[in-house]
Design a protein around this ligand. Structure first.
Ligand code: ATP
Ligand code: MG
Length: 573
């Protein structure tokens, strides 16, 4: 499953834990060789609190926590908060809630900022060892003298500053004597290294900004590269998984640890999750929120964990999906249909069934006595007999789906039409006798007769068969609801593919949200509370939205029933 292009990993959910992957192989080897003595395996999940977690993070979380769990190890949650300007407590809280929701428990809860003192001490140690220097070049000059992939960089004129002068300047940087950007602390490595990351990288920059945890205690902040490996080391992380774009940073990660002689955490890179029709970049998701292209981070069309949770996705489905996607050493793109497949698979197992009519058309049964009603017993979930049965009321006037009736049925249309008999699920067989139209010529009512010998929707004694089964809701008993139908947020498989001068918002799907009002639901749904998930028969999976109120129900369509992924799988096997 490596290589570019959509991945077609078969989805054997449940077998998640036993699926081979190269990171697990490394762990098995390390444990066998007692690389870390008798220490248990230690991982960490290191989000930067500058946005909400998305489905890509779920993959990293499943790896970090899942693999540690598998080997009896531990996982820390560590906020990578080295960047004071973009980070907020709101994000910290949402990240913790999302990790818990996915079903994982962290051992230690840390912040990179917990280590600012230690990192500072280590910086002094590197300066004393002649391995770091204070550089007066501006960010621009540093960039210009860095060289290119084919040309070496130039040594900074400040590179050979005496140790004492470096110590003095670095302490004054910390004391706030210099403005933002005036100086940096750089590691002294090799300006002609073929690896750009090794060309005297910046360790500290001056930023006079309040930090969400350390307040105004610091005005110098460590870079990601200087902070990450040492934070791992402090926590005695044995296996530090990160995405492939950090592979080129690994020599630097190791260099700091080796120079300081501290616990040798090892970095292992894996492929980022990319999904068709989806953007997984916090910066771009933030732009959608700020420009009000969506209702917020938790808009059900967003690939954020809070968004897909609100939409009705289950943590089990996401974990199964992540396991099936697996890991590799090459980036690729996963078909969004695969994610939807795992959602359906899980909801099929657990979601109670209900009947709901989204675009109602009145159906009147002329030979059913007015004022009479009866109740039918229907299964809550045929996949789960233990879930029992529910009562569904039936009466003379029902609603069916507009699209289930055609006055002039095209070839291949087997649902209701004049003279045609169909089954009403768990109800009766009905035959259409006539239609009533309004002043505009639209069909406002369909009239039928029913056959009492088909009670419960069973075949009649004469063995007559019908070709279609429709869902329905009794008009007198129906509860009304708003139903929000979601489609892909972007129209292109790669939303970043745009004409010159455009950005990804040009690919937003104008029809990604359709709001239906006046939908008719079976009365058992009247008390449904936010988060409850159902299969609306023949339509798909739906869940109660957080906007829902008693008497003013709101449902989200999580996913329609049709499983394109299963078809792709079938065609491929
Ligand atoms: P984004 O591109 O969304 O801003 P990021 O890498 O900057 O992502 P972090 O908060 O730093 O976000 O990510 C925390 C962890 O999650 C990192 O280890 C990162 O490698 C991993 N991660 C982020 N995005 C993905 C993804 N699409 N697939 C797999 N892992 C990811
Ligand atoms: Mg990052």
């Amino acid at each position: 499953m490596s290589g570019p292009g959509p991945k077609t990993t078969p989805g054997a959910a449940g077998a998640a834990e036993s699926r081979p992957n190269f990171i697990r192989d490394i762990m098995v080897e390390d444990l066998k060789a007692k690389k870390y003595g008798d220490a248990v395996l230690q991982t960490r999940f290191p989000p930067e609190p500058n946005g909400y977690l998305h489905i890509g993070h779920a993959k990293a979380i499943c790896l970090d926590f899942g693999l540690a769990d598998e080997f009896g190890g531990r996982t820390n949650l560590r906020f990578d908060d080295t960047n004071p300007e973009k980070e907020e407590t709101e994000y910290v809280d949402s990240i913790m809630a999302d990790v818990k929701w996915l079903g994982f428990h962290w051992e230690g809860l840390f912040y990179a900022s917990d280590y600012f003192d230690q990192l500072y001490q280590w910086a002094l140690q590197l300066i004393r060892a002649g391995k770091a220097f204070v550089c007066d070049l501006s960010a621009d000059e540093v960039r210009r003298t860095r060289g290119t992939l084919t040309e070496p960089g130039q040594n900074s004129p400040y590179r050979d500053r005496p140790v004492e002068e470096n110590l003095n300047l670095f302490e004054r940087m910390r004391a706030g004597e210099f403005p933002d950007g005036a100086r940096t602390l750089r590691a002294k490595i090799d300006m002609s290294s073929p690896n750009m990351n090794m060309r005297d990288p910046v360790m500290y920059r001056i930023v006079h900004a309040s930090h969400h945890r350390t307040g105004d205690q610091w005005c110098i902040y460590p870079t990601y590269d200087y902070a990450h490996g040492q934070s791992d080391s402090i926590e005695r992380v044995t296996h530090s998984m990160c995405t492939l774009e950090f592979a080129d940073h690994q020599p630097l990660y190791r260099w700091y640890i080796e120079q300081l002689g501290i616990f040798p955490s090892q970095q292992i890179e894996f492929d980022r999750l990319n999904l068709t029709y989806t953007l997984l970049s916090k910066r771009k998701l933030l732009q959608l929120v700020n420009e009000k292209r969506v209702s917020g981070w938790d808009d059900p069309r967003m690939p954020t964990l809070c968004g897909i949770r609100r939409r009705g996705y289950t943590p089990e489905a996401i974990r199964n999906f992540c396991a099936a996607v697996g890991v590799s050493r090459t980036n690729g793109t996963t078909d969004i249909a695969m994610l939807e497949h795992f959602v359906r698979e899980d909801l099929n197992r657990r979601a109670p069934r209900a009947m709901a009519v989204l675009r109602p058309l009145k159906l009147v049964i002329d030979n059913y006595p007015e004022g009479q009603s009866e109740e039918f017993e229907a299964q809550v979930n045929p996949e789960d007999p233990a879930a029992g049965t529910r009562q569904v009321p039936f009466s003379r006037v029902l609603y069916i789906e507009q699209e289930d009736f055609r006055e002039e049925p095209p070839k291949g249309f087997f649902r209701l039409s004049p003279g045609r008999e169909v089954r009403l699920r768990a109800g009766y067989f009905v035959t259409c006798s006539s239609v009533v139209k309004n002043a505009k010529g639209e069909i406002s009512e369909v009239h039928c007769t029913y056959d009492p010998a088909t009670r419960g929707g069973n075949n009649p004694p004469d063995g007559r068969k019908v070709k279609a089964t429709l869902h329905w809701v009794s008009a007198a008993h129906a509860v009304e609801a708003e139903v929000r139908l979601y489609d892909k947020l972007f129209t292109k498989p790669d939303p970043n593919q745009v004409e010159e001068g455009q950005d990804f918002t040009a690919n937003l799907n104008p029809d990604s949200l359709e709001v239906l009002t006046g939908c008719k639901l079976e009365p058992s749904l009247a008390a449904a509370t936010a988060g409850a998930r159902y299969q609306f028969e023949r339509l798909g999976y739906f869940c109660v939205d957080s906007d829902s109120r008693p008497g003013k129900l709101v449902f989200n369509r999580t996913v329609a029933l049709k499983d394109t992924w299963a078809k792709i799988q079938k065609a491929g096997s």
